[in-house]
Design a protein. Structure first.
Length: 127
């Protein structure tokens, strides 16, 4: 399933598309008729519920940063490819891709490899 992220301008950003400079992903705000805290957090205990909300706010901020960094990385990677090909180089440098895959695998294990594959695809497109 592919999820589109909406720019503030309302245009969708799909994984692998370069970000428009100066734009940031839209951050969802809860509607005025939001669910009660128990349904949002899964607990009736007020201090636990408040802590969960606080943690989730930080998670949402991290997600925002990750999306912004993902878009920046994809745009930079695409620029590298265009520059390389314009100078007569190859579309891909497999040794560089292997280096990135290994870096993510060492740091994050098998999930890191999958994440690196997605990052590489976002920058260069499908093989």
């Amino acid at each position: 399933m592919m999820t589109d992220v909406m720019e503030q301008s309302g245009s969708p950003i799909r994984p692998g598309q370069p970000a428009v400079q100066g734009t940031e992903p839209a951050v969802a705000t809860p509607p005025a008729d939001a669910e009660p805290a128990e349904q949002q957090t899964g607990t009736q205990e007020p201090s636990a519920s408040a802590r969960i909300v606080q943690i989730r706010e930080r998670i949402d901020a991290i997600d925002h940063e990750l999306i912004t960094l993902w878009q920046e990385r994809a745009a930079l990677s695409q620029e590298v490819g265009v520059t390389r090909m314009a100078s007569g180089g190859t579309r891909l440098v497999l040794s560089r891709e292997r280096e990135i895959l290994e870096r993510f695998r060492v740091a994050l294990g098998a999930d890191g490899t999958q994440l690196a594959l997605l990052l590489l695809r976002a920058g260069r497109g499908p093989l």
